[in-house]
Structure formats: C-alpha cells, structure tokens
Design a protein around this ligand. Sequence first.
Ligand SMILES: Nc1ncnc2c1ncn2[C@@H]1O[C@H](COP(=O)(O)OP(=O)(O)OP(=O)(O)O)[C@@H](O)[C@H]1O
Length: 509
Amino acid sequence: MSNADELLRIEGIRKTFPGVVALDGVDFDLRRGEVHVLLGENGAGKSTLIKMLSGAHTPDAGRILVGGEEVRIHGAQDSERLGIATIYQEFNLVPDLTIAENIFLGRQPRRFGMIDRKTMEAEAEVLLARVGVNVSPRARVRELGIARLQMVEIAKALSLDARVLIMDEPTAVLTSEEVEKLFAIVRKLREDGVGIVFITHHLEEIAALGDRVTVIRDGKSVGQVPAVTPEDELVRLMVGRSIDQQYPRERADAGAALLTVEGLTRDGVFHDVSFQVHAGEVVGIAGLVGAGRTEVVRAVFGADPYDKGAVKVAGAEVRRGDVNAAMAAGIGLIPEDRKGQGLVLDASVEENLGLVTLRSATRAGLVDLKGQREAAARIADQLGVRMAGLWQHVRTLSGGNQQKVVIGKWLLADTKVLILDEPTRGIDVGAKVEIYQLINELTAAGAAVLMISSDLPEVLGMSDRVLVMAQGRIAGELAADEATQDAVMALAVSNPTHQKTETEATRGH
Ligand SMILES: Nc1ncnc2c1ncn2[C@@H]1O[C@H](COP(=O)(O)OP(=O)(O)OP(=O)(O)O)[C@@H](O)[C@H]1O
C-alpha cells in the first residue's frame, strides 16, 4: 500500500462521558477501496468512535488524520467537507420532502436564484440508478421502506462525493434479500475507491463483505485482523473468551398448554391463526417480513385488536385488545421496536428494569425497593449491561445495551408466557448466548416462550417447534428435527390459502 491509499488514520483516541471511559486509546486506519469492519461487544465504543468522524463528538485526546493531514472535526459540516459520510441506524432524512430534496438538502442547484428542480431531479435520478433504486426522485421519503431509505442515504453520500462511507449496523433491519442488494452496492463503491467503515454484529457478513477487521474491546482496539479470520477467533478477540455453543437450547419437559390461540383473525392482516405453546416449550415463528408475525403476537398481547378468535392462558380466555388483561394473565411481550415501545429513555436503568415488576408490586400496595434494586443489579450483571451504574439514563447507553435492558425487564417480570419479537437484533454474540440461557431457565421453570426471529439459524437453534407464517396464515409447523432452512423457506414462500395441499406437497420433498 502506498501512503496515497490511506484515507483516514486514527491514533490513540480517548473519550470519556460522566462515569464512563467510552474510548481509551483506539487506533484505526482506512484505505481506499476497502471495507473495514468495526467489531466489538455492545458498549465497546464503536458508535462513539464513528461519532468522532461525523463530528457528533470531539475526542478528549488523540489524533485524526485525513489524507495524511491532522484534522479537527467539530460538526457535520467539517465531516462533510472532508469527504466523510455517515449512515446511522436512525436515518437522517426528512419524511415530508421528496427523495431529490433530501439528497440535495441545503445545497439545491439554483438557476436565476430559484431552486432548479429539473436539474436536481435529473441528478437524483442518476444517483438512484447508481444504487439500484427504481423509484421516482419526486416520491416522498415518507412512502419508502427501510431498505430504500438506506439507499437514499447512500445516494446522498455519493452526491457529496464521499470518499469515506461509515455504516452503523446497516444490515440489522434488512431482510436477507435486501442485505444481498446492499452488499452489491457496497462492493461497487469499493471498486470505485470509496473506503467503507462497516459495523455489524452478524459475523457471517464479515468474510462475505469485509477486507480487514478492527476489534474494539472496552474502548480499546485489541486487534486488527483480515476478514477471512475464522469466526471463533473473531469471537475470542471480541469477548475475550471462546463460545462453545452458539445455541445452547436445553429442552425442558413440555407440560400442559399454557398459551392457546384459536382462529385468530384480523380482517386483511392475519387469518385463522391457531396454535398452542406448552409449559417448558420454545416455539419459534418464522416467515418473511410482512407475513403477519408481529401483528399476530401484538394481538395476542392485547396491543392490537382482532376480529375473530380467542387467546387463552391456561384455559382461561383473555380479554381482547387489553394489554393490562394480558399482563395480568401472565403474558409478556418484548417488542421489535424497543426504543419506541419498550423503554423510558430518560429514566435510569434500574427504573426501566423495574417497570414491569413495579406494577405488580404496587398493586399489592407495597414496593420492595431493595429487592427491586438487587434483582435489577443481578439481571444487568447476567446480561452484561455495560453502564456506569444502575443510575445511568437509558438514553446514554449503547444501542445493544438498551436492548438488553428491555429484555432484562421482562425476564425479571413473573411471566408465564413470554413473547420475544426479534430478541437478539443488535445484540453481540456473547450477550446472545446469555439471553438464550435465560430462555432455558425460564422454560425449565415452566414458562412458555414464543419467539419471532428473522435470524433463521436462531429460530432453528433455539425452538422446540417452528411455526411458519406466510401471507397472514400459518403455512405449516415443523418439529425441531425436521426444521431445516430449506423446509422453513419452502413454507415461508408458499401460498397457505391452499394450506393442506401446499404444506403436504412441500413437506413431501
Ligand atoms: N452521551 C453519553 N453519555 C454517557 N455515556 C455514553 C454516552 N454515549 C455513549 N456512552 C457510553 O459509552 C460506551 C460506548 O458506547 P457505544 O455506543 O460507542 O457502544 P457500541 O460499541 O456502539 O455498542 P452497540 O453494539 O451496543 O451499539 C457505553 O458504555 C455507553 O453507555
């Protein structure tokens, strides 16, 4: 490599927040035409590091060099001027503006003092074609799905002629097909000489896309290795120990049916959904995005209404559309959208962990604060929540640690039927195993667990039985030993309106 290939260099960067050393001497460098993966546990400091480059934070110590020159990045404009574009998980787009307006926000081409829409839209169209998005530049951003929003962000970065593109967990919210599309575009950008910083918790993406990996642990860079490094070695670098078993499901004895869902129908959304989950059992629900999985479990939890059917816990019918009734019956839901539905961001870790238990405790007329604190401390420790203390506001936790708090909250609550919707999205590999172990403990204690996940290996690895949904219906059910990726996918793309014949046909193969 010649020096001319070096786009970016970071030396000994340090950053502290009250009570937390987020970065404690990180070194990193990025070359032209490479995908450099940043790998680390939840709270290791990945987001903080990239915020030094986007100008959202300034370092306390250390140096940043761009093209060999030391620079100071004090805000988004500095970053933009240096050719650095960052795509966060929460996109930075204005929903009510068009795609073209978003791409050229604040720097629209002008003609005779007026915004030149024609030129702007024509240029946007070229950029959209480069990222493979076939949609009008006049479409409003509000109308786009997540994958397309991401592509608009990339198009915007291209329009700024970014030489450094930073992507913070871009695949966390994408379907596998969308991931492939994203990879194709990232590879094309790499060929064009762009340097890409890529954060992911999906280890299999590293070899598929990456060139080099920098591993960060506790705010320090602990190693730089080629992307072809075996996964177990990456894990060892990242968590400081090896993980023998990625899916440590220990089957419990299945008891009586705890959750019974009968003919649940919400017109136009899901139809005639029936299944049971027994005490001690983990039932997975697989399916493509849009198959109606989240809608069904929200209805079971009382968060959404339904038109027909019944939900029963231990044989007793639960009032429909009533979350309090569902919770009183012992149903808990860890939602997919955890920030929106699962957390009070300006409350402490302890308060958030106590939210569910507090409710039952105060109903009895008494709050056991000491017990609550001890329980909170125990679960936070078990899940490895990285925080300055139980008093820390959840808003300032890393993304993955916020997830752990929501999950911990429900694990602390005394739920008979726990529903998890995408439980490990954004969670590092070490913490995933801890969550699986807690699921084992729950089922050993007689709880019933219903788990939605788009991560097929996770569904297959942790479920005793797998239900597959397609087009709002249950397309089929597979026992753990017959549930393979192929069998699940065949059902997921089937047309369950003709359920019997289709299911039998696909199973026969
Ligand atoms: N504004 C802030 N105030 C206090 N602490 C903060 C703030 N921002 C980040 N931190 C702390 O800095 C540490 C590093 O967080 P960071 O978000 O960089 O982790 P991460 O590696 O991106 O994790 P994840 O994989 O969970 O996204 C965490 O302990 C976090 O709580």
